[in-house]
Design a binder for this molecule. Structure first.
Ligand SMILES: [Zn+2]
Length: 280
């Protein structure tokens, strides 16, 4: 199976962000998962493979054209492929999905509460609240259905007694959103300890949404090489991570087997995502 360079790089990018997600503390172990749209397919992390061991050919490909449980790859897709695929199918503007069990978002999800407009950045998710989806067992179509409902006109939500999920135009923007949702979750949790909290009006959130449409935070991830005031502190990735299978890349399973030349073209220029976790 020959794949194009951009397809290969998307697989590399998924692994890069998986590693960053854990090294930054946003996620632990293999509890999170990441997917990205490539043409009419979804590329998604496999189930149960430690991120450090992931190679681009291990990323699983599933069709977005139908809902059959079929995939291309040596490993089975993440057990949460249902909601990853449903989210990508629900909105053609979504190009990637990030799911994590990040601490503060998960804490709020245990209380099954929605986050109000306690900070103007909530508008980056499309409205004046971040909803919490109803509980369903992980890996089930029911969970997927609940999440789609909670994400109506939103790009992210909390997942009851589970974690959070965020979608974005591309992988960088989805990861940026995941970090932002964890930040707002932490801020809301801490502010809830105070006697008083002021929630922004619907009119104000509408104004912020209008401003974001022109020059808002979503554009920050368009140029991941740019360094913002926070970016230097983000945990970088190991550029020497052995993502490629070297001369053994042809394994007879139909997995992609790009040339060494293709692999060398990708040099982790964007190894440090332009995002930062809330300080603990
Ligand atoms: Zn999960």
């Amino acid at each position: 199976m020959n794949i194009s360079e951009d397809h290969w790089q998307l697989r590399e990018k998924i692994i890069e962000l998986c590693l960053w997600m854990n090294s930054s503390g946003l996620n632990q172990g293999t509890s999170g998962n990441i997917s990205a749209r490539y043409e009419n397919t979804m590329l998604i992390t496999p189930s149960g493979v430690p991120y450090e061991q992931l190679k681009p050919q291990d990323i699983v490909s599933m069709s977005l054209d139908h809902n059959r449980y079929e995939w291309d790859g040596a490993y089975v897709p993440s057990s949460e492929w249902h909601f990853h695929r449903a989210i990508l199918q629900s909105n053609p503007d979504f190009g990637a999905v990030v799911h994590t069990h990040s601490t503060y978002a998960t804490v709020l999800s245990m209380a099954r509460i929605k986050i109000p407009a306690c900070h103007y950045m909530i508008a980056a998710f499309g409205g004046n609240t971040i909803r919490c989806s109803k509980y369903a067992t992980f890996g089930t179509p029911k969970l997927s259905k609940n999440i789609l409902k909670a994400m109506k006109k939103r790009s992210g939500c909390l997942m009851a007694n589970h974690g959070m999920v965020v979608a974005g135009k591309n992988l960088d923007k989805a990861m940026w959103g995941a970090v932002e949702l964890e930040t707002i979750s932490k801020q809301y949790y801490l502010a809830s300890q105070l006697d008083k909290m002021v929630v922004l009006s619907d009119d104000e959130i509408e104004r912020v949404i209008a401003k974001f449409a022109n020059y808002g935070p979503r554009d920050k991830c368009d140029s991941p090489d740019d360094t913002n005031s926070q970016g230097n502190n983000a945990q970088g990735l190991n550029p020497k991570t052995n993502h490629a299978a070297g001369s053994n890349s042809t394994n007879g399973t139909g997995n992609p087997s790009p040339s060494n030349q293709d692999r060398q073209k990708y040099e982790y220029k964007n190894a440090t995502p332009n995002i930062k976790l809330p300080n603990s």
